[in-house]
Design a protein around this ligand. Structure first.
Ligand code: GH3
Ligand code: MG
Ligand code: MG
Ligand code: MG
Ligand code: MG
Length: 302
């Protein structure tokens, strides 16, 4: 399950091989969002990948890839599963409408269209999309820290290990990080301050990520998981060390610990270079974390 970020202005993609129609539709919906357009199916797929539209208005009859084919292909793109696609077409008839709905459309508007009908339907579907996004955020975001939650992490880990099985992608690494002597932190500074500390640590960890596809998640309690697609063991150790330093650089006082006076993390890293299962990758990182703790904390182990 992807981690969904906060909404900005909705993006509306208009796909039609007739520029006049694009112009008309753009006029109708321009108050409702930022408008992008494509004049064919292939263009539409490219635009969907790069522009992350929140809604698509799609013509049925186009040269090359027609609207039905385009609709089905759009639906299969990652991140496009919940994006409403509305057909706007001069085709009428039960069979065509059923075909559009079967291809993944949520609505079917016939040309010549009435501007107010188009506007009202676009408004409705944008509102639904916003609600879906909000629910998705709730389902994938950790409520305390705002980073990805365990559910989102488990989904991403399953997806990445599956990709290793499919072949064609590089190694995969995982870091488990745990706040050092956090029970004493809570006992000394109070639970509220403990929560603030977890927020700060989460911010430092997610802020220290470098490449797209990397995910920092709250694994549970005061433990965090960082998924690093494409990282081999050496790269993972370097990343873990960077994360450790990022937390230490917060310079949060922790005078209640017996072995220092700042908040730090210990981190365990593990890597898969060939297909392996998610559970054993987590177990290996957990064992490495245990070694980091046992050898003195505020350090990284593999
Ligand atoms: P170690 O260095 O070995 O990891 O010691 P530790 O004290 O950090 O480990 P321990 O597992 O004994 O304690 C973890 C503490 O984290 C206990 C628990 O109350 C606290 N904790 C877990 N979740 C939260 C949370 O959401 N907020 C706060 N404030 N504390 C939490
Ligand atoms: Mg056409
Ligand atoms: Mg712990
Ligand atoms: Mg513990
Ligand atoms: Mg701890």
């Amino acid at each position: 399950m992807p981690f969904v970020h906060a909404p900005d202005k909705p993006r509306i993609l208009i796909v039609d091989d007739d520029v006049g129609t694009i112009r008309l539709l753009a006029q109708v919906v321009r108050e409702l969002g930022d408008v992008r357009f494509a004049t064919g199916g292939a263009d539409a797929l490219t635009a969907a990948r790069t522009e992350n539209p929140d809604l698509v208005l799609l013509d049925a009859e186009m040269e090359g890839m027609d609207g039905f084919e385009t609709c089905a292909a759009l639906r299969r793109l990652p991140g496009m599963e919940a994006v409403p696609i509305l057909f706007v077409t001069s085709h009428t008839g039960v069979a065509v409408e059923i075909r559009a709905l079967a291809a993944g459309a949520v609505d079917f508007i016939t040309k010549p269209f009435h501007p107010h009908i188009v506007e009202a339907r676009v408004r409705t579907h944008l509102a639904l999309k916003q609600r879906t996004d909000a629910l998705m955020r709730l389902a994938t975001m950790d409520g305390l820290t705002g980073i990805a939650n365990r559910r989102a992490f488990d989904g991403a880990l399953a997806q990445e290990t599956e990709r290793l099985v499919q072949g064609g992608v590089g190694p995969l690494s995982l870091i488990l990080a745990d706040v050092d002597h956090f029970k004493r932190y809570n006992d000394f500074y109070g639970h509220q301050a403990g929560d603030d500390c977890l927020r700060a640590v989460a911010g430092a960890l997610s802020g220290a990520l470098r490449r797209p596809g990397e995910i920092a998640a709250r694994f549970g309690g005061e433990e965090f998981a960082i998924l690093l697609p494409g990282h081999d063991a050496d790269a993972a150790i370097m990343a873990a060390e960077r994360l450790r330093r990022a937390v230490a650089a917060l310079c949060l006082a922790h005078v209640a610990r017996p072995d220092g006076d700042l908040v730090t993390i210990s981190a365990g890293a593990a890597s898969l270079t060939s297909p392996g299962d998610a559970a054993s990758l987590v177990a290996a990182a957990d064992q490495a974390l245990y070694r980091a703790k046992a050898s003195g904390r505020n350090r990284v182990a593999m």
